[in-house]
Structures are given as C-alpha cells and as structure tokens.
Design a protein around this ligand. Structure first.
Ligand SMILES: Cc1cc2nc3c(=O)[nH]c(=O)nc-3n(C[C@H](O)[C@H](O)[C@H](O)COP(=O)(O)OP(=O)(O)OC[C@H]3O[C@@H](n4cnc5c(N)ncnc54)[C@H](O)[C@@H]3O)c2cc1C
Length: 451
C-alpha cells in the first residue's frame, strides 16, 4: 500500500519539500498531495518589482503544476486538523468540506501581515504581502496622480501626493524604493503633479533600518533613500490613520491618502487550528529536524514554524525564503527517511547573504561576509533571483521584462478592473465603457481604492 504524504501550503517550503520527495521516493511508493489555496507560488522577493511596474504580475509567480511532476496538487483552503487521528480538513473553492488522512504531514502555510491595534489602520492602510496588495498599491499611486492632476485644491493635492510606508525591514524598503522610482519615472506625464512634487515618508519604530543586514549596509541604503528625497523617521510610530492623514508619535499630522503597512509578519492564523504545540509568537514548535514536538509523523517549516537557527543558537530561523527553501529540502529528506528511504538529517543552513534591491541600478548586499553596494550589488541581486527563480521559462520572462523596462521605461496604465468584469446588462452585452465604468460613470471596482 502506498504511503500518504500531505503537504499544507505550496509556497517556498511546500514546493521544495514536494520536489525533494519526488526525487527521493521510489515511483508509486507514496501519494504526495500538496494543498494550496492558489495554483501558484508567489516569488515574494520580486513583489516590489510588480508593485513598481518593472515586472508583469504574472511573471513573479510560479505555476505549481509546471514545477511538480508526480505530486498531486489540490486547490483548497486548509481549515483545521486533528493530528491524534492523522486527519486534515480542507474546503474546496466550491465550498465543499473534505477530510484527508495522512501517514506523514508537512505544515508550511506561511505568514500574514502583523498588524497592531492602531485606530484606522485596518480600514485605511494597504498591506504589502500578497500580489493583489502590491498591484493595489501600484494602482493607488496611479489613481492618486490622476486625481491630483485634475484638481485645483492644493491641500487635497498634498494628501494625494504623499505616500507613507510603515516598517523598514527589507520588504518595506524595497517596496518603497520601487514605488518611488516608479513615481519618478511617470511623473513627467503629470505636469501639475511634477510642479507640486511627490512626498515619500518611511516610518520605523526602531532606531535603524533593516535589522536583517549589517549597520554599515543599512546606513548606505538609508543614504540612498535620502538622496532620492525620501524622508526617514526612525524611532517613530504611527498613532492613528484616517482617510486623509496619519498621525505620528512625535505629534506630526501627515496629510496622506496612502499608508502602506510593511511592519513584519506573524504565522498564518490557521496554524492555531491545527492542534499542534505553539511558541509565544504563535509558531509551531519543532526540533532541529523540523519535526513537531510530540509527533513523529508531523513536520513544520517556513514562516509558520520556529525552526532552530543553526547560525544563532537558541533563536528561531528568520522568516525568509532562503530558509524556507532549505528547510523544505531537509524535511523532504526526513519524510523520505521516515518512509524508509535514507537517513534523517538536521537543518544546518546558515544564511549566505542578503540583497536589498532599491531599483535605479542601486542595491545593497552582503554575501559570505562580503559587502556590496551600488551597481555591483544590484547586478548581483538580479542575477541571484534569476538563478533562484524555478524554471527556464519563468527566468526568460524576467529577462524580457527587465530588458523592455530598461529600453522603454514603465507603463503608467492602471488596470484595477482586471479580474472584476462587470455584470452583463443583457446576455452577451455590457453597457459599460471599455474602461469598466457604468453609463452613469460609477461602479469601477477599484474606485474604492481612491479616497
Ligand atoms: C514583500 C516581501 C518580500 C520578501 N523578500 C524576501 C527576500 O528578498 N528574501 C527572502 O529570503 N525572503 C523574502 N521574503 C520572505 C519570504 O517570502 C517568506 O519567508 C517565505 O515565503 C516563507 O515561505 P513559506 O513556505 O513558509 O510560506 P509562503 O511562501 O508564504 O507559502 C505559504 C503558502 O500557503 C498558502 N496558504 C496559506 N494559508 C492557506 C490555507 N488556509 N489553505 C491553503 N493554503 C494556504 C499560501 O497561499 C502560500 O502559497 C519576503 C516577503 C515579502 C512579503
């Protein structure tokens, strides 16, 4: 009888676990099922490129079926688990509940944005964790430029053309830098906005940027951002957010209609429903083999798990795809070992380096103890991502996007209505314009994004 292996989550951890199992397990010895809520893996390090318009949104994702050979991909949401009965419950996109049983379970369900109970934050801020959030941010930028170009009220223009990013980890810094770069590129198309100027503000509670990298490199990144006119407020938090402003802890009220929240991640909430032991931060407790405490048939990796970091004894691994990929390979080998193929091995990966791509041929990087900055770091970052992007076809798409961007600049069209087709007025007919507006001018789904 074939073994049943179930993997929850098809991101970095899940994809690399499945690929390792495909390599190690003899054909037909096991049925490996990967459960994911979408049919692709989001290559998050390139998300800022999608927000900044240097990459097509479809080119920063990896269709899972292109990467999996014998693994069975099941599109569904994980809703719970009962590890004492070796069961997982899922809900299909059509709403059908199903219970799956397993012999070995791997949990790699990732994380969500870590929010705080700040008044107005949930209602008015935009996250920067998913593809739709990145595209919403880009659309918001274009919509605010369009709106600001068409009005006479200078105060309103001020709030439309001010963009506040909260959180200066590498995701926040890269996202802000790419978006500001995009604004600088398209501003010549908006003469009134160009005269008025755009304002970008980065707010960070700690007293430095990007604790993930060394202080010298972070300072270089900071000076590059300041050189571009970006204001950096360290040791500052936001106290409240409204539709037209945000208030800082130093009392300043910044008129803005765009607050992007990039202040860290927390394990996905579904992790708490799986009946597994959790640490104080809500991550699944595992040992150095990525095996869940108290269960010899359950493994957990990636952002959702506290995998001991070989580089920093006593601390969990940082939430990065570098770690999730290597943990995926480790746990793939360990599940195979549990099924009789090979020996169990610990997770030993130590970070090789970190890149922060800031657009405009600028980046900072630290690899194997060597620091890079400026163009060499930017070139290194792009080459690294090209190498790490799974599949030659996906790599070719990245090269094509980057080359077209270099030659022709970026596209300023705003396609917020994509994926939200209007209801048909009559069979086969729509009364809406080709831009998606109703005859009375209302009703574009993205109108909600402009406040
Ligand atoms: C903007 C941004 C930039 C980043 N840049 C870098 C970088 O440059 N370098 C780096 O090393 N790391 C980077 N990271 C971090 C990196 O993305 C994560 O650490 C990594 O994705 C973690 O892998 P994972 O497998 O744990 O989770 P994920 O890759 O997030 O995968 C989890 C999967 O589970 C799915 N899922 C979630 N809930 C359910 C459910 N209930 N049912 C079914 N499926 C579900 C999700 O759709 C997803 O496919 C970045 C993150 C962000 C947000």
């Amino acid at each position: 009888m074939a073994w049943n292996v179930v993997i929850l989550g098809g991101g970095f951890g899940g994809l690399y676990t499945a690929r390792k199992l495909e390599k190690l397990l003899p054909p037909a010895s096991a049925r490996v099922t990967l459960i994911n809520d979408v049919n692709f893996m989001l290559y998050t390090p390139l998300l800022p490129g999608a927000a900044g318009g240097t990459l097509e949104p479809r080119h920063v994702v990896v269709p899972l079926r292109e990467q999996l050979k014998s693994t069975h991909l099941k599109l569904a949401r994980v809703t719970g688990a009962d590890p004492s009965r070796k069961q997982v419950t899922i809900r299909s996109p059509e709403g059908e509940q199903q219970t799956l049983t397993y012999d070995q379970l791997v949990v790699t369900i990732g994380s969500t944005s870590r929010t705080l109970p700040i008044p107005g934050l949930a209602e008015h801020a935009v996250g920067f964790k998913t593809l739709s959030e990145a595209i919403a941010l880009r659309n918001r930028l274009v919509q605010t430029l369009e709106h600001a170009e068409s009005i006479d009220d200078d105060a309103a223009r001020d709030s439309l053309l001010t963009y506040v990013f909260v959180g200066a980890g590498y995701a926040g810094v890269e996202g802000l830098a790419e978006l500001q770069d995009f604004a600088a590129d398209v501003l010549e198309l908006y003469p009134r906005c160009r005269m008025h100027g755009v304002r970008f503000v980065l707010v960070e509670a700690r007293d430095r940027l990007m604790p993930e990298i060394s202080e010298g490199l972070a300072e270089f990144a900071g000076s590059e951002l300041r050189r571009r006119g970006i204001e950096i407020r360290l040791g500052t938090t936001i106290e409240r957010v409204s539709a037209e402003s945000t208030e800082l802890s130093d009392g300043e009220l910044i008129p803005t209609r765009t607050v992007a929240w990039t202040a860290g991640v927390k394990p996905h909430p579904i992790v708490a429903e799986l009946g597994l032991p959790l640490d104080d931060a809500g991550r699944i407790k595992v040992d150095r083999y990525c095996q869940v405490e108290g269960f010899d048939d359950v493994w957990a990796i990636g952002d959702a798990a506290a995998v001991p970091d070989p580089a920093r004894p006593g601390q969990p691994s940082p939430p990065t795809c570098q770690h999730a990929i290597r943990q995926g390979r480790t746990v793939g080998a360990n599940v195979a070992a549990a099924l009789g193929e090979g020996a169990k091995k610990p997770f030993t990966y130590k970070t090789l380096g970190v890149f922060v791509d800031m657009g405009r041929y600028q980046a900072v990087a630290e690899t194997l103890g060597i620091r890079w900055r400026g163009f060499p770091a930017w070139f290194l970052a792009r080459s690294y991502h090209l190498l790490m992007m799974p599949g030659i076809r996906r790599r070719a798409r990245l090269v094509a996007d980057w080359s077209v961007g270099l030659l022709f600049g970026r596209d300023s069209s705003e396609l917020g209505q994509l994926g939200h087709p209007p209801q048909l007025a009559a069979p086969g007919l729509s009364e809406r314009s080709s831009g998606g507006t109703a005859p009375d001018g209302s009703g574009r789904p993205e109108d909600a994004n402009v406040r």
